[in-house]
Design a protein around this ligand. Structure first.
Ligand SMILES: [Zn+2]
Length: 326
C-alpha cells in the first residue's frame, strides 16, 4: 500500500514537472548592438590581425542570440555611390570577427548601399557563407521586409529592420536589391503580418534619429509608441552615433539609440560611448532588460565599462532604472 502511494505521488510530481516544463520554458536572452562599421580604423585593426570585438567577446558569448547593425557593405566590388560624401566598404576578411559573436545583422541603414547594388548583393553572400543571418534588406522589396525569425526555447521572435535616414536611394524595389525603408504603413503592416504568422514577440530595430542628438526626436517618440500600440514587444534603434536614453511605454521598453559599437573617426566624446542592450524574454514579453556601456577607443574598438550606470528595467516598471554595469 505504502509502495503504491509512493509510486503514485512520484508519478504525479513527474507529470506536474512535465506540465511546468511545457508551460514555463526557459527565457531567451537576446542582445542588440548598435553600429558596426568595419572599414577605416576597425578595418585596419582586422587587416593587421587584430580583433575589435575581442574585449566584448565574453559579453557577446553569454547571450542566446546576438544582433547588430552592419553599417558597412562587405565587398571587393562595386563603386562608391555618387550622392554620398562618406562611403564605406569593408574587406571580406572582417566577417571572421563577426562569426561566433553575431548571429544576425540588420542591413537597414544609410551605409549598406554605399557601393551600390553589386556590393550590397556581395555583402549578403559573404554573410550567408559565414552563417550570419541578415534582415532589413534583400534582393527585392518583399525580401527586405521579411522578418528575421528566431526560435528558441519554444519562443518565436520576429525582428524587423528599417532605415529612415537618407539617402532613400538604397531602398529595395519590386525587383531590385536594397534596404527596407521606414514607411509607417509598411512597418505597421509588417508587425501585424509577423503576429499573424505566429510571432510571440515582434521587435522593430530602427535606424533613425538625428546625428549627435542625445535625446530622441518627436518623430522617434511618436512612431515608437505607435509601433508598440500595433503590437511591438519593445523598440530599439541606432544611427545617431550617440545614445538617446530609454523610456517605458505601456510597460514596454523603448531604447531609442544604442549609439556606435565598432566605429572610429568621431570628434565628439559622446560618439565614443555606445550601449549593448541585453533582453530576457518569454512569451509574456520583456522580463528584464539592461543596457551595457562600451567605451570606444580611437581605433574604433569598444571596451566594457565596469561600474557605469546605464538604463535598465524589469517587467512591471513604469520608468527605466539605472543599473551598475558588471
Ligand atoms: Zn547610420
Amino acid at each position: 500500500m505504502k509502495m503504491a502511494l509512493f509510486y503514485r505521488s512520484t508519478a504525479t510530481s513527474a507529470f506536474f514537472c512535465l506540465l511546468v516544463g511545457l508551460t514555463h520554458a526557459d527565457p531567451v536572452t537576446l542582445l542588440f548592438a548598435g553600429d558596426l562599421m568595419l572599414a577605416d580604423g576597425p578595418g585596419q585593426t582586422i587587416a593587421q590581425g587584430g580583433d575589435p570585438l575581442a574585449p566584448l567577446a565574453a559579453i557577446l558569448k553569454e547571450a542566446d542570440y546576438r544582433i547588430g547593425n552592419l553599417e558597412v557593405p562587405i565587398a571587393t566590388g562595386g563603386q562608391p555611390h555618387a550622392s554620398k560624401i562618406v562611403s564605406f566598404r569593408a574587406d571580406p576578411r572582417v566577417v571572421t570577427v563577426l562569426q561566433g559573436r553575431f548571429d544576425a545583422v540588420s542591413l537597414a541603414n544609410n551605409h549598406s548601399g554605399d557601393y551600390g547594388h553589386e556590393a550590397f548583393i556581395e555583402t549578403m553572400q559573404h554573410l550567408d557563407h559565414a552563417g550570419i543571418a541578415h534582415f532589413g534588406g534583400g534582393p527585392n522589396l518583399a525580401a527586405a521586409h521579411r522578418p528575421l525569425w528566431i526560435e528558441r526555447n519554444g519562443l518565436k521572435i520576429a525582428v524587423l529592420g528599417y532605415n529612415e535616414f537618407k539617402p532613400r536611394a538604397f531602398q529595395a524595389g519590386p525587383n531590385w536589391p536594397g534596404i527596407a525603408w521606414s514607411e509607417d504603413d509598411l512597418v505597421i503592416a509588417d508587425i501585424r503580418a509577423a503576429k499573424a504568422a505566429g510571432a510571440d514577440l515582434v521587435i522593430p530595430f530602427m535606424h533613425w534619429g538625428w546625428e549627435k542628438e542625445t535625446q530622441p526626436s518627436e518623430r522617434q517618440k511618436v512612431f515608437a509608441r505607435k509601433m508598440i500600440d500595433e503590437g511591438a514587444a519593445l523598440v530599439v534603434g541606432s544611427h545617431p552615433h550617440v545614445t538617446q536614453g530609454a523610456e517605458i511605454y505601456k510597460g514596454k521598453p523603448i531604447v531609442y539609440s544604442l549609439g556606435n559599437l565598432v566605429f572610429d573617426g568621431f570628434d565628439y566624446p559622446e560618439a565614443e560611448r555606445g550601449w549593448l542592450l541585453r533582453l530576457t524574454l518569454d512569451k509574456s514579453g520583456v522580463l528584464s532588460w539592461e543596457t551595457l556601456a562600451a567605451q570606444i577607443d580611437d581605433s574604433g574598438t569598444p571596451w566594457p565599462v565596469a561600474g557605469a550606470f546605464t538604463p535598465c528595467g524589469r517587467a512591471g516598471d513604469t520608468t527605466p532604472a539605472e543599473c551598475s554595469n558588471p
